[in-house]
Design a protein around this ligand. Structure first.
Ligand SMILES: C[S@@+](CC[C@H](N)C(=O)[O-])C[C@H]1O[C@@H](n2cnc3c(N)ncnc32)[C@H](O)[C@@H]1O
Length: 316
């Protein structure tokens, strides 16, 4: 990912009204480490739920794959800490596959590479460091006629609004062939208290993670955000299913972005929208599969019914 893209998107987001920044920019080396702390905290139930699902998903995925050689394409792979359970089961079944993780964070790709080199040095590993869209375009029709199994775990789909998710999945559908499979992690609608706590932990890991975006802008673009003057604010709307993170200016502020020769003025309590984490009902998952041209095969859920990895296929 080039600095130009980062600079251009940050500038456009801070100039827009209301101000907004994409959560994909959370993940630099510092952000990746802070996200690992989030995954380890008790309030962030998503990780444990999806790990539980992945630990027993192998047989069902292998049955859907049906013994064919495949490309395991993972969108937003992060540190691969859950995906390793799937890889283990695929290798135990002597599957013939190439692991092709995609992540915008160069640091995430490098720690994932270390994990693979240490655990499975012989596993064919072809990572792509880029945005989902550009990476899919780069993959194009590579991989010959091998089946594609696309993993989109971690409820990353929730970082798109429902309309954007439909658009993205249609785009993904266009790049797949009949018989190809996708496994998408959805965070299910549940008690609003449980959802809010996952993004509003008392230890302040989520606040530090979100504030790192301002510090990243300071580091990479020479800005002078003072993160002590900003507050992390989370909301959850049980009707729309959208959890939203904001950074709120405590008092009027003027921020210089030296490298871009730009000055941004914030009014007291002006908020920058930095993340959506969309929650879904089971019906909404079925509707999304249909609207984006997939056949839903099964929802794999954790015991509590808090999270679903939904297995879809491109119809023949
Ligand atoms: C919430 S983390 C989840 C990581 C991992 N999938 C998991 O479930 O533990 C999101 C990951 O997706 C990556 N990511 C976010 N937006 C992205 C985008 N637009 N294109 C590519 N990668 C992206 C981030 O760098 C990060 O590693």
């Amino acid at each position: 990912m080039t600095t130009t893209t980062f600079a251009e998107e940050i500038l456009a987001g801070l100039r827009s009204s209301p101000k907004q920044l994409s959560s994909k920019w959370f993940y630099d080396e510092v952000g990746d480490k802070l996200f690992q702390a989030i995954m380890a905290m008790p309030e962030y139930y998503l990780t444990d739920a999806e790990r539980e699902i992945f630990q027993s998903a192998g047989p069902e995925l292998l049955a859907a794959i049906g013994g064919r050689p495949f490309d395991l394409i993972e969108l937003g792979a992060g540190d691969g800490s859950k995906t390793q359970y799937l890889i283990e089961q695929f290798l135990a079944a002597k599957s013939d596959f190439v692991y092709r993780p995609i992540d915008i964070s160069a640091h995430a790709i490098s720690i994932l590479g270390e994990l693979i080199k240490t655990r499975w040095p012989l596993l064919p590993f072809q990572p792509i460091q880029n945005d989902y869209f550009s990476a899919l375009d780069r993959l194009g029709s590579s991989g010959g006629d091998r089946l594609r199994l696309v993993l989109f775990p971690g409820a990353n789909i929730g970082n798109f609004s429902p309309e954007e998710a439909r658009g993205f999945l249609r785009h993904l559908r266009g790049f797949l062939r009949p018989g190809d499979l996708v496994l998408i992690g959805f965070d299910l609608k549940k008690d609003p208290e449980i959802i809010l706590a996952a993004y509003n932990d008392p230890a302040g890991h989520t606040a530090a993670f979100n504030l790192n975006l301002l510090e990243r802008i300071n580091r990479e673009l020479g800005a002078d955000f003072k993160s002590d003057n900003w507050r992390h604010w989370e909301t959850y709307n049980p009707r729309t299913g959208a959890a939203r993170s904001f950074l709120v200016a405590e008092g009027a502020q003027t921020v210089e972005i030296a490298d871009l020769e730009e000055t941004i003025v914030f009014e007291p309590y002006e908020a920058i929208a930095v993340e959506i984490s969309q929650k879904y009902s089971r019906n909404e998952i079925s509707e999304l599969a249909e609207a984006s041209g997939f056949e839903l095969l099964d929802n794999l859920e954790d015991e509590k019914g808090w999270f679903a990895d939904s297995l879809w296929r491109v119809g023949e």
